[in-house]
Structures are given as structure tokens and as C-alpha cells.
Design a protein around this ligand. Structure first.
Ligand code: PRP
Ligand code: GUN
Length: 185
């Protein structure tokens, strides 16, 4: 399938900026302070949820100046679409969870199916405790579990399809230096 790069560029040009890089940086600093206050003595394993969590994790982790281990997992529900489907594990974690405290880093909590499934996976694998942090929580009443939220949330956004700072539009614009909403979505 050929990609219409003109359309991809137009999406970036026409998008509404919801959060600037400065606003995102401030939100990440706040999360880092909260996590440090709460979890610095827990010797956690910190998992980046690929691909979306990559940029947030890359900015958050150097602000967590305490002993921790880093790993990743890859679960996807959206592939290159703008609506979610079945959760598909592209890479399950290979480290032992037994009696460990786990921190999951992801970019966005939308309906919450992805994060809920990851938490359940960690608990079944023997984790002592599972903590979650997301850069963005989308406001709507379609959460998989009513009232579900991450332990540490950076920003909340309206019910629109967003990209940038790790989040993609059809596989593109994860690198966009802010959080943007697609025009009309
Ligand atoms: O709360 P939910 O409705 O479950 O959606 C949130 C998930 O959707 C995105 O992942 P996606 O499946 O697009 O994979 P990606 O990280 O590779 O973009 C995002 O990174 C979250 O993991
Ligand atoms: N890129 C992106 N991924 C998502 N996954 C769930 N919601 C979204 C969204 O609004 N944007």
C-alpha cells in the first residue's frame, strides 16, 4: 500500500496544538518528583510500553535519580488505525516479576484496555505491586473500567485523536515536539 505523504504532512500542518513542549516538560518533571517521593526505595523494574511510551520514558527516566532497572514490552491495540481493536502482544517481558515492584510507562490512557491488560499480566506474573504512569489521559466516559486512571498522570486531553511525543498518526509524527489533535478527529 502506498502512503500519501502529502496527506501525512497536511495532518501535521492543520492539527491543533493541545500542549506545547514546555507544558509537557513541566508535566514530566512533576511526575518525576511524585514517583521519586513515592517509589525511590522500591528497587523497581520500569517498563516502557513500546512504541508510544518511548519518548515519554526517554524524558522521564533521567529524572528518576534512584536505583531501578529498565525493560520494555510491546502491546498494541491500534496498529496504524485511529480506533482500537484486539490487544496484540508483539513482545512480552522476559524478566522475572516475582516479588518485584513494577512501574509501567505509557504515552496515553484512552479506553484503558491496554494498560488494564498489562497490569493484569504483571500481577499474574507475580509482581509485588504495579504502578502506572501515562503522559496523557483522554477525557470521556468509555473507559474499560469506569473511573480507571494511572497512578501518575501528566496531562488530560479532550476526546480527540492525538499525535506527537510518542503518539502516532498512521505510523507518523511520533516525533512531533508537542501534543496535537488531528483536525476533524
Ligand atoms: O487506552 P487504550 O484505548 O487501550 O489505548 C492506549 C494505547 O494505545 C496506544 O498504543 P497502540 O496500540 O497505538 O500502539 P503503539 O504504542 O505502538 O502506537 C498507546 O500507546 C497506548 O498503549
Ligand atoms: N496516537 C494515538 N494513539 C492512541 N491510542 C489510543 N488513543 C490514541 C490517540 O488519541 N492517539
Amino acid at each position: 500500500m502506498s502512503i500519501d505523504m502529502g496527506a501525512i504532512k497536511a495532518v501535521r500542518k492543520e492539527a491543533d496544538c493541545l500542549f506545547t513542549k514546555a507544558e509537557i516538560d513541566a508535566a514530566i518533571k512533576k511526575i518525576a518528583t511524585e514517583i521519586t517521593n513515592d517509589l525511590a526505595d522500591k528497587n523497581p523494574i520500569v517498563f516502557c510500553v513500546m512504541n508510544g511510551g518511548l519518548i515519554f520514558a526517554g524524558q522521564l527516566l533521567p529524572l528518576l535519580d534512584f536505583p531501578l532497572e529498565i525493560s520494555y514490552l510491546h502491546a498494541t491495540r491500534y496498529k496504524k488505525e485511529t480506533t482500537g481493536g484486539e490487544l496484540f502482544w508483539k513482545a512480552k517481558p522476559e524478566v522475572s516479576f516475582i516479588d518485584r515492584d513494577i512501574i509501567i510507562i505509557d504515552d496515553i490512557l484512552d479506553e484503558g484496555n491496554t494498560l488494564a491488560a498489562i497490569i493484569q499480566y504483571c500481577q499474574h506474573a507475580g509482581a509485588n505491586a504495579v504502578y502506572t504512569t501515562v503522559l496523557l489521559d483522554k477525557e470521556h466516559d468509555r473507559k474499560a473500567i469506569p473511573g480507571f486512571s494511572a497512578n501518575y498522570t501528566g496531562l488530560t486531553c479532550p476526546d480527540r485523536f492525538v499525535f506527537g511525543f510518542g503518539m502516532d498518526y498512521k505510523g507518523y509524527w511520533r516525533n512531533a515536539p508537542g501534543i496535537f489533535a488531528v483536525k476533524g478527529l
